[in-house]
Design a binder for this molecule. Structure first.
Ligand code: FAD
Length: 441
């Protein structure tokens, strides 16, 4: 099996990771088969169809103008002309009012902070850009780092409520790398001398990219199977030899790659070493409850409203039609009100009706002029494994692409660190994983 073209690889998962991986491997002549459990591709980045037939993103997704890998990939696939970018607005909700936060003047007017605090907040953003060795931040808690650069005033008025909301309570074990990667990524969207913030999307959403890669995979002789959940990865004498479908049928491969989150992966390998399985099951993730309001008019026109008031259940107000022209989403205005949830959070026990009632009451409190008649659809989406969590000094406990089982590989979001997990980093990671897989004879 020397030539890559002789290799047959089975890939489990048809999200951005699985499809990107299939694309990069098939470009090298590998025959790939991708198994996706659900009837649609895309996973977390996939679409949903509204009752009237309009397709929209299940979760909010922005592409940034600094996403170089994605931009190059879109060029390679001939869909670069489907990318749209727009200048966006961001604000803070503080003590009953929305405060725009788009330029230095607005920043200097931000009421909860005194002059020294504002200066220190600016310094924090700057300090992050000058960090050369992120490893030095791994053993420092996000709280200590922010207190050091922003000072107690800014920490208590801004950072603390935002961190509390994001981590659904505790953030003692969160390393400073978490805020560092965010500050660097958000700064990268600000372009030109006036530092205008730009956000973008592909017309149709990430599914446009996924479909384009799927076509190439098929043209390269690969297969993409929907509604085909894998029940188990077949391991014989310490080697992965194939996958077992839910009907018991087995398909044999030279190599098998799982692209799902680590706790899901460990369920598919019941015969693997128990210690390895336990280690995978301990990888932590934030979950999410993300109500989507499909409105007939704009809400605030801000892409993101950060909420610095922890009485509100949602982490932010994200209006994607601030950068997606409503003409691409049936003329609607899309507002997502996410609540990130810690493992075991009681929020995930609440019913959809309870969530809807609590969310609407709080939205009305935040926007007194909001007219509930503007809601065309109110949809609630939840997921358990969304954002990988890495604690202080935990780089060494990140699972590797090459697993202890011969011919079995894992390409998953928790391996992406300290970068944030998004289409850019996931697809780039898939390319790197494809190189590791190809190297192995
Ligand atoms: C609320 C939210 C906001 C986000 N915002 C952004 C953003 O603004 N910009 C951005 O770029 N990214 C954003 N992301 C991140 C992005 O969506 C993810 O990083 C990316 O989609 C992860 O892709 P994946 O393929 O690794 O995992 P997934 O999308 O989880 O894919 C895994 C796939 O495996 C399938 N599967 C599971 N079990 C089986 C089985 N047994 N057999 C076969 N298939 C199986 C699942 O159905 C799924 O399709 C956001 C994500 C969320 C949730």
């Amino acid at each position: 099996m020397d030539k890559t073209s002789d290799q047959k690889v089975g890939i489990i998962g048809g999200g951005i990771m699985g499809i990107s991986l299939g694309y990069f491997l098939s470009k090298q002549g590998v025959k790939v088969t991708i198994y996706e459990a659900s009837p649609v591709l895309g996973g977390l980045a996939g679409p949903i169809v509204l009752e009237d037939g309009t397709e929209v993103d299940r979760f909010y997704h922005a592409i940034l103008s600094s996403d170089r890998h994605l931009s190059d990939l879109c060029k390679e696939l001939g869909i670069h002309d489907q990318l749209r970018f727009k200048e966006t607005k961001t604000g803070f909700y503080y003590k009953g009012a929305i405060h725009p936060m788009n330029n230095i003047i607005e920043f200097l007017k931000f009421p909860p902070l005194g002059w020294i605090d504002r200066f220190r907040l600016g310094l924090t953003v700057l300090a992050a850009q000058f960090v050369r060795d992120w490893k030095s931040l791994e053993s420092i808690s996000v709280q200590s780092w922010l207190l050091k650069w922003s000072g107690p005033g800014t920490f208590h008025n801004i950072w603390r409520p935002m961190l509390k909301a994001k981590f659904d309570g505790g953030f003692d074990n969160v390393p400073a790398t978490w805020i560092w990667s965010r500050l660097v990524r958000m700064k990268s969207t600000r372009e030109g001398a006036n530092q205008k913030e730009m956000a973008g999307h592909l017309i149709g959403g990430y599914i446009t990219l996924i479909k384009a890669m799927t076509e190439k995979i098929k043209a390269n002789g690969g297969e993409v199977l929907l509604k085909t959940p894998i029940k188990e990865i077949v391991i014989e004498n310490g080697k992965a030899t194939g996958v077992r479908l839910t009907n018991g049928e087995v398909a044999n491969y030279d190599k098998v790659v799982c692209t799902m989150q680590a706790p899901i992966f460990q369920r598919l390998i019941p015969s693997a070493d128990q210690k390895y399985r336990e280690y995978l099951s301990k990888q932590d993730y934030l979950g999410i409850i993300a109500p989507l309001l499909v409105l007939d008019r704009p809400l605030s026109g801000n892409w993101t409203l950060n909420i610095t008031d922890d009485r509100f259940p949602f982490t932010g107000v994200i209006e994607t039609t601030a950068y997606i022209d409503p003409k691409y989403v049936g003329g609607y205005h899309l507002v997502y009100l996410p609540k990130y949830t810690a493992p075991g959070s009681s929020w995930q026990q609440k019913t959809d009706d309870e969530i809807k009632a609590i969310w609407l009451e709080n939205l009305q409190a935040m926007f007194p002029a909001f007219d509930p008649k503007s809601i065309r659809y109110f949809l609630i989406h939840r997921e358990r494994y969304v954002e990988p969590l890495h604690g202080l000094n935990e780089t060494n406990s990140i699972p590797a692409v090459k697993t202890p089982v011969a011919n079995l590989y894992l390409a998953t979001t928790s391996q992406i660190y300290p970068a944030l997990t998004n289409g850019e980093s996931v697809s780039r990671h898939a390319r790197e994983a494809s190189e590791i897989i190809l190297q192995e004879k």
